[in-house]
Design a protein around this ligand. Sequence first.
Ligand SMILES: *Cc1c(COP(=O)(O)O)cnc(C)c1O
Length: 391
Amino acid sequence: MAADFLPYGRQSLNEADIAAVVEVLHSDFLTQGPAIPRFEKAVADWCGARHGIAMSNGTATLHCAALAMGLGPGDWLWTSPNTFVASSNAGRYCGAKVDFVDVDPGTACMSVEQLEAKLQAAEKTGRLPKIVVPVHFAGQSCNMPRIHALGQKYGFRILEDAAHALGGTYQGERIGNCRWSDAASHSFHPVKIITSGEGGMITVNDDELAWRIATLRTHGITRDADRMQGESDGPWYYQQIELGYNYRMTDIQAALGASQMDRLDSFAARRREIADLYDRTLAGLPLRPLARDPAGISGWHLYMIRLNLDEIAPRTRRQVFESLRSQGIGVNVHYIPVHLQPDYAQFGFKKGDFPEAERYYEECITLPMFPAMQDEDVLRVKDALVQACLL
Ligand SMILES: *Cc1c(COP(=O)(O)O)cnc(C)c1O
């Protein structure tokens, strides 16, 4: 990577983070030790949720949460097509069928109107979803009060994919507090808001759901005599009471994550500053940012633009993208609609199924966004965009 290459996302590590990891390496526990509950408490407390359950990655939390909510063969999980494949793959791991709800053309989050219309149709055919996974795209919360109201009416559970959104709020509630959902999934991949290398956490308020997810994380094994069938054989004894996985996080990762949590507020504040600066700096260019829902504050994992393709014609999105890359701007594209992935064709999905997500995909570019970015970097991105759109 060239020294002057500006990536689209990047972790911010400091000496305290490094010291926290080294401390674990000198300690007795590399895994299943005290750093795990410390990190879990830090995230759950910040969000305002009763429980946080740390796992090996965000995808594992989606999988275990869906299983713990009873998702299985014959059930449906619905999510947004404008997401990372993990959101829908979680349903497939459970043997369930998956379907998508098209996005709002302004925010590129799941459209509540489309959700309601699809639920009305599904009720008639007896194909209502068991779980809906709203994705807080780019860090901005979906309209959770309305999705929650629909959940009450149509009887589905709600699993928030908050992988982009830690640090954000909606109607004054912190994303991840599960005020309008059963559980919220977080990811700590290095491009995300805070990092533990790889890692994820699910925040939950219901004690029983939290217990079941935590059990699935470790092979479906319990050491709690009250949960066992029959008597315990003795102090060494454990029982596998259902089929679970090894989805544990290590203490090395958890110590890094816990240390990063000390700076979540400053990371989030700096991301908001960069987003505001982008909005001001890019005004007047042949592009538009995502619509902002005034009810919330985004976690700003991503700063997305949509190109006004007719204004830049005959140049294409691809040419603009390649020009930016050649100028050292590490742009990306989020997301290729999941239903267009080859592995999803077997379920009958095809181009045209979710036209707003597809139109969004054809116009979007992900600009660099991470807390250590300088104001000058935003100006550099702007100059590169001008060059890319006009040349
Ligand atoms: C990053 C991400 C996840 C989880 O990813 P992991 O790499 O498994 O931690 C899930 N959903 C979305 C939308 C993501 O961006």
